[in-house]
Design a protein around this ligand. Structure first.
Ligand code: NAD
Length: 338
């Protein structure tokens, strides 16, 4: 199959080129993100492969369909960047990688909690400056905390399993109970109740209309003073402006995020020589109790290999059968809510 792979970095090219030796697809790598402005690059390709910050809106989809593209494959689990309704209307199949390594994201989530909770990010900078003062670096132990895990799918379940070794009380919330980890947690049916009781809240829900700005002024007001919020899921689960107010008032004691609601124009590129125009992001960076990483929780060797394998298998299955078991459709989403 002739495939245009968008938003590629060196690590994508290397993992896809290597894994493609078993498949023999014709791959072309494009550095730009797929948006309505770049969709014409896909002219003459059967399929496109996209990533989390591409913008596959109605206009981009119309152009893809007009240019003969039949399938959009996102090399991610989340697919909120694709207008599924427009894809269905234009007869385009959308596929994803439902699971590639939940442990990659889970281990990173725990890394963020430990780093910020033990002030390792500040200690690193101090020691590099020959400042060996410990004042201000006091941390806490997880066994003394209640962790609230919102979303107990693949990643949330892995976080729960990995957390148990540290001994915290673990509360969990999900629309559906996960029998794999049910014995390790106290499931709470009301998300507001979890929010009220947890010292640390970690988000592992997909982004959809029901979960948009789940952390907002109202939910923050219900949280414990000094709450620790972790988000390795999708940026728009958090209303950043409301969290900044929470950080200023002390309501939020710690914020660790790998995703940011306006990350589209920032993440995955080197902007170190430029002036940033996002004042909200700039404000976030001023807090000593905020740790931001640039959407890297997925980035392990195992995950990259699995992503390439599943994506290229998705294309092959579609080429051979006209359908794919990893397809996501608008009708499905409407019926099952994601
Ligand atoms: P999953 O589908 O296995 O789990 C999601 C869980 O959320 C499911 O158990 C589902 O029942 C639950 N859920 C959905 N809507 C809900 C609602 N409204 N209320 C309560 N529960 C709800 O997904 P996963 O593999 O665990 O991934 C979770 C999210 O992590 C993805 O959607 C993606 O956005 C994000 N992610 C981030 C990275 C990264 O690099 N930072 C990498 C992979 C995935």
């Amino acid at each position: 199959m002739k495939i245009a792979i968008f938003a590629t970095k060196r690590y994508d090219e290397s993992s896809f080129a290597q894994v493609n030796e078993q498949f023999g697809h014709r791959l072309r790598f494009f550095e730009p993100r797929l948006t309505s402005a770049t969709a014409s690059l896909a002219s003459g390709y059967d399929g496109v492969c996209v990533f989390v910050n591409d913008e596959i809106d109605r206009d981009a989809i119309r152009q893809l369909a007009e240019n003969g593209v039949k399938i959009i494959a996102t090399r991610s689990a989340g697919y909120n960047q694709i207008d599924l309704q427009a894809a269905e209307e234009h007869g385009l199949t959308v596929v994803r990688v439902p699971v590639y390594s939940p442990d990659a994201v889970s281990e990173f989530t725990i890394g963020l909690i430990l780093t910020l909770g033990r002030q390792i990010h500040r200690a690193y900078n101090r020691v590099r400056d020959n400042n060996f003062e410990l004042d201000g670096l006091q941390g806490f132990e997880l066994r003394d905390k209640t962790v609230g895990v919102m979303g107990t799918g693949r990643i949330g379940a892995s976080v729960i399993k990995n957390l148990t070794g540290f001994g915290p009380r673990i509360l969990a919330y999900d629309l559906y109970r996960n029998s794999e980890i049910e014995h390790l947690v106290e499931y709470i049916d009301d998300p507001m109740e979890l929010i009220k009781q947890a010292d640390i809240i970690t988000l592992h829900l997909p982004l959809m209309p029901e979960t948009y700005h789940l952390v907002n002024e109202h939910s923050l007001s219900r949280m414990k003073d000094g709450v620790f919020i972790v988000n390795t899921s999708r940026g728009a689960l958090i209303d950043t402006a409301a969290v900044i107010e929470g950080l200023k008032s002390g309501k939020v004691g710690y914020l660790a995020i790998d995703v940011y609601e306006e990350e589209g124009g920032l993440f995955f590129q080197d902007l170190s020589s430029q002036v940033l125009h996002d004042d909200v992001f700039a404000r976030l960076q001023t807090f000593p109790n905020v740790l931001v990483t640039g959407h890297q929780a997925f980035l392990t060797m195992r995950a990259l290999r699995n992503i390439a394998e599943t994506t290229l298998t998705n294309f092959q299955e579609f080429e051979e059968t006209g359908s794919c078991q990893n397809a996501v459709t608008w009708s499905q989403l409407k019926t099952h809510g994601g």
